[in-house]
Design a protein around this ligand. Structure first.
Ligand code: ADP
Ligand code: MG
Length: 568
């Protein structure tokens, strides 16, 4: 056994605990959802590890979760016979925050309770939500396969709202798994009720795969109160939600399940659920979150789907099941065909997995098309959160390029506002008589794009131009040469050919002027020397005296600037 000791929390934990208690009180019931969710994850993990090592089940392979309350000691206990934690795991998982995006999260806190509450929810409340209703939390745990004596007692109690440290000490635990004991705060006694707990569990945790048990109660007329019977009952449906028929699942059930798989606090924006048959047979339940996670732009974001094989949990964050640009999607894939012992390495190579990934991508893009068509406001919200990630798809996912192009939204001279709301389809529907191409301009900022001298002739003729100013735009749009048969071209490239939009008179005038100004052009060319390739007379401009253009096939000036800045 190890020595009992006191340890300090990581500074971020202290800050998070304090914030959480203050901001999330009006949502206090979520603590139960979080703790049950962790218990369920622990059971999933044990089941997975036991695939290779059945001895981990000891003599008990019946995975379950139990919720109990004790009025006399004013405690609630959430127990599971899942994987449990070693001393190191308890210290690392319950005393520190090892999540990516932590820094970003803390930097975005504003001090405004309402705003911070939703930020905390988005970050993930998890285990610490226990402290919303408890001022002391005791965790008794033993990792599956370890001796009873290797068990751990982890305890933390708060003085006022501050938790400075926690203790760990040896605790002989006969049964593997984890008991979380909540010593309720003053005023939380309404939670010491079977009726109340059952209703919270049904509301938030009905979809949990393992049975959630509570001791049965019975009215005792003499004592005029409920008394416990010597019998348990299962509170939830205890089957895999995704395996049920769509018609039997309510929206609330879908939403509750989302919170479990995503660790998100808010409802999802949309979801899609389907059983796929064919070369690979699998069920997919995929969700689009309302908000981007904190680590979306990290080098190694936490992403991917939960993978199950015939209802057996295999792994979290199976990133191979989705293309990288859909890394914000959450959910579950349950395969009927993959082997149970599939590893991350095999997943990398598997052709069967490629099929599933293609199927998931198609499904999500169709869902997005549906949003764009039928829930325009939601799609606009989606775009402002995830548009930049979706743009990556233009370079990554050749098979779905057309679908992706259709989902793109841009700022445009039509509204002249920075809001990205114009689709190619909108643009084409507004094209001028005789206009054959889709025009865009790229610049470092919206204002620079909007005021670009390249736009002068377009504004004069009333031709719409897409205004691209996102860092990735120039690269993204260079992946597209056309949309729906219309060429997509930069207004800053090559000799501007407006085709039928130009009248003969204008063309002739340019030619005449080119002749007239030949000596001046030559002079300019000589004095600018190596710095330019050519100097030409143009009808592009109405107010500005001169502008720079690049050749048709050369890199746009903005992209060149970016590459230079990146040291290329
Ligand atoms: P998350 O569930 O998002 O990982 P939590 O704060 O809910 O974050 O939990 C932190 C970690 O503590 C978990 O990832 C897990 O490693 C560990 N943990 C929490 N509860 C349990 C439990 N009942 N059994 C085993 N490990 C647990
Ligand atoms: Mg959790």
């Amino acid at each position: 056994a190890f020595a009992a000791e006191k340890r300090g929390f990581q500074a971020e934990v202290k800050q998070l605990l304090h914030l959480m208690i203050h901001s999330l009180y009006s949502n206090r019931e979520i603590f139960l959802r979080e703790l049950v969710s962790n218990a369920s994850d622990a059971c999933d993990k044990l089941r997975f590890e036991a695939l290779d090592n059945a001895a981990l089940f000891e003599t008990d392979s019946d995975l379950k979760i139990r919720v109990a309350f004790d009025k006399a000691s004013r405690t609630l206990t959430i127990s599971d016979n899942g994987i449990g934690m070693s001393r190191e795991e308890a210290i690392n998982h319950l005393g520190t925050i090892a999540k990516s995006g932590t820094k970003e999260f803390f930097s975005r806190l504003s001090g405004d309770q309402q705003k911070d509450a939703s930020l905390i929810g988005q970050f993930g409340v998890g285990f610490y939500s226990a402290f919303i209703v408890a001022d002391k939390v005791t965790v008794l745990t033993r990792r599956a396969g370890d001796a009873a004596e290797a068990g751990v007692k982890w305890e933390c109690s708060m003085a006022g709202d501050e938790a400075g440290e926690y203790s760990v000490e040896p605790y002989a635990k006969a049964l593997r798994g984890t008991d979380i004991i909540l010593h309720l705060r003053e005023g939380e006694d309404d939670l010491l009720s079977g009726y109340k707990l059952r209703s919270i569990l049904r509301k938030y945790s009905d979809h949990i795969v393992q049975p959630i048990l509570m001791q049965k109660e019975e009215w005792d007329a003499e004592k005029a109160e409920n008394v416990f019977k010597d019998e348990d009952e299962t509170i939830n449906q205890a089957n895999a939600l995704w395996a049920r028929s769509k018609n039997d699942i309510t929206d609330d059930e879908y939403k509750a399940f989302y919170k479990h798989v995503s660790h998100d606090f808010e409802d999802p924006m949309a979801w899609t659920h389907a059983r796929v048959e064919g070369r690979q047979e699998y069920t997919q339940l995929l969700y689009i979150p309302k908000r981007a996670p904190f680590d979306l732009w990290d080098r190694n974001p936490h992403h991917g789907l939960k993978l199950y094989v015939r209802r057996v949990f295999i792994m979290d964050d199976a990133e191979k099941l989705l293309p990288h640009y859909l890394r914000f999607v959450r959910g579950v894939v349950d395969s009927a065909d993959l082997p149970l012992n599939i590893s991350r390495e095999i997943l990398q190579e598997s052709k069967d997995v490629d099929t599933i990934r293609g199927g998931c991508a198609k499904r999500i893009l169709s869902l997005l098309e549906d949003l764009a068509e039928n829930r325009k406001e939601d799609y606009a919200a989606f775009w402002s959160e995830f548009g930049r990630v979706l743009k990556e798809g233009l370079g990554e996912d050749m098979a779905n390029k057309d679908k992706l192009a259709g989902l793109m939204r841009f700022a445009s001279t039509h509204l002249d506002s920075a809001e990205e709301s114009t689709s190619f389809k909108d643009y084409i529907s507004r094209m001028k008589e005789g206009q054959e191409k889709v025009y865009y301009v790229t610049a470092e900022s919206f204002n620079a794009a909007k005021n670009s001298p390249h736009l002068e002739v377009f504004r004069k003729k009333g031709i719409e131009v897409l205004l691209l100013s996102d860092r990735v735009d120039e690269w993204a749009i260079s992946q597209l040469t056309e949309f729906d048969g219309k060429q997509v071209v930069s207004v800053a490239k090559g000799g501007l050919d407006l085709g039928a939009l130009e009248n003969e008179e204008e063309k002739k005038k340019v030619e005449e002027q080119a002749e007239e100004f030949k000596p001046l052009l030559e002079k300019l060319k000589t004095s600018l020397g190596e710095r330019v390739k050519d100097v030409r007379v143009t009808h592009r401009l109405t107010d500005s005296p001169a502008c720079l253009v690049v050749d048709e096939h050369e890199m746009g000036a903005n992209l060149a600037r970016l590459l230079k800045a990146a040291g290329q």
